[in-house]
Design a protein around this ligand. Structure first.
Ligand code: NAP
Ligand code: MG
Length: 400
């Protein structure tokens, strides 16, 4: 059988710990036998980030801008313990944060559904994709404790020195707390564009919600920007594709989401996205079955799994013990990147291969062959727990 030929390379960002082990296995067992793989390789493993003073992360993001498609392995975000463990000269920043800042992108997370694993909300028969705005609001706030008998105001000084003042509160006997938050028109607009582009890409509706009835300037501004961008640049395209943009209040959105069957993109402000993505991921059953793609407003894509490096399994692996780590979200990161590359380069064999890889992965689990985390959740009667490598080989058998 001849291998599928690629034209443009994809950016390959290698990572850490158990996911680094899985990364190589996926390539060897599921991709290299079928595809004449072309990648531009960047080693984002912590040792190499240290050796390059984190320049490799920046280079990989710049390469992604140039080539348009990347696939990323999970990476360690250093904390004090990791600085010690790896003898780091600095507590390097989260690679995902660095890459997101360079690409100015939005992260879309969607669960992979399989028969035998029922979501906690049984009506959710299609995936709900959460898009989280990743700039500003309370994540860049300024807060103060306020002593009693204080007056607090919002003060804005413009370029010519003119001050606008608005009273926050005149505190009496009881002191309290205040908070200042902000966002940027440019960031909100990029977020809206990323959501609308991804909706066109995946042919799904977009739901967006804020609390604009209470926050008549701040949240209302988000609603207005979304509406303007949609009317100006997306309405016609949405009509052509038969998809919709739907705005409602956040509390109404939550109620509708619970009653829905899924199958749409839920665009969330920063805090809502933080909270709701954990709720949705848990409700679908497993973090190991959650995919994640970073989409920039100008159409650059970086695919990864939503989970981390699965450190506990890695230490078992290092001790020579058998592991049963779920590779599904990482397989889907590869299939997502290969499909997108195929679409952009007009290589339908490559996109078809991505479809078949995903289909073989799902069929393996639905045949009852799965890793330990899924065996705990699955209601299939004939289920069989297999180790990390056997799972991949079982997928390969079905793919071939
Ligand atoms: P994690 O790697 O997601 O793992 C947390 C736990 O979830 C695991 O111990 C395991 O539970 C379960 N799990 C996650 N993925 C699994 C999989 N594929 N198969 C089976 N079980 C899985 O999160 P963490 O332990 O908090 O973080 C470890 C490292 O990952 C940290 O250094 C963090 O900085 C990094 N991280 C990276 C990313 C990223 O690159 N996108 C995201 C998050 C975290 P059991 O142990 O019970 O089996
Ligand atoms: Mg959270």
């Amino acid at each position: 059988m001849s291998k599928i030929v690629m034209k443009t390379p994809i950016v390959e960002m290698d990572g850490d710990e158990m996911t680094r082990v899985i990364w190589k296995m996926i390539k060897d067992i599921l991709i290299l036998p079928f595809v004449d793989l072309k990648t531009e390789y960047y080693d984002l493993g912590l040792e190499n980030r240290e050796a390059t003073k984190d320049q490799v992360t920046i280079d990989s993001a710049e390469a992604t801008k140039k080539l348009g498609v990347a696939v990323k392995c999970a990476t360690i975000t250093p904390n004090a313990a990791r600085v010690e463990e790896y003898g780091l000269s600095e507590m390097w920043k989260s690679p995902n944060g660095t890459i997101r800042a360079i690409l100015d992108g939005t992260v879309f997370r969607a669960p992979i559904l399989v028969k035998g694993i029922t979501p906690y909300i049984p009506t959710w028969t299609k995936p709900i994709t959460i898009a989280r705005h990743a700039y500003g609001d309370i994540y860049k706030n300024t807060e103060m404790q306020v002593p009693s008998n204080s007056v607090c105001e919002l003060v804005c000084t413009d370029n010519s020195g003119n001050e606008t003042r608005n009273l926050i509160h005149k505190f009496g006997e009881s002191g309290g707390v205040i908070q200042g938050v902000h966002n940027l028109d440019s960031s909100i607009e990029s977020f809206a564009r990323s959501c609308f582009n991804y909706a066109l890409d995946t042919k799904q509706d977009v739901w967006f919600a804020t609390k604009d009835t209470i926050s008549k300037k701040y949240d209302h501004h988000f609603k207005d920007i979304f509406a303007e961008v949609f009317e100006k640049d997306y309405k016609t395209k949405f009509d052509e594709e038969g998809i919709e943009y739907f705005y409602t209040l956040i509390d109404d959105a939550v109620a509708r989401v619970i009653r829905s069957e899924g199958g749409y993109i839920w665009a969330c402000k920063n805090y809502d996205g933080d909270v709701m993505s954990d709720m949705v991921a848990t409700a679908y059953g497993s973090l190991a079955m959650m995919t994640s793609v970073l989409v920039s407003p100008d159409g650059v894509y970086e695919y990864e799994a939503a989970h981390g490096t699965v450190q506990r399994h890695y230490y078992k692996h290092l001790k020579g013990e058998e592991t049963s780590t779920n590779s599904v979200a990482t397989i889907f990161a590869w299939s997502g990147a290969l499909r997108k590359r195929g679409e952009l380069d007009g290589i339908s064999e490559l996109s078809d291969f991505a479809d078949r890889l995903e289909e073989a992965t799902i069929r393996t689990i639905e045949d009852g062959v799965m890793t330990g985390d899924l065996a705990l959740l699955s209601k299939l009667e004939n289920k069989k727990k297999v180790n990390t490598e056997t799972f991949l080989k079982e997928v390969a058998n079905r793919l071939a």
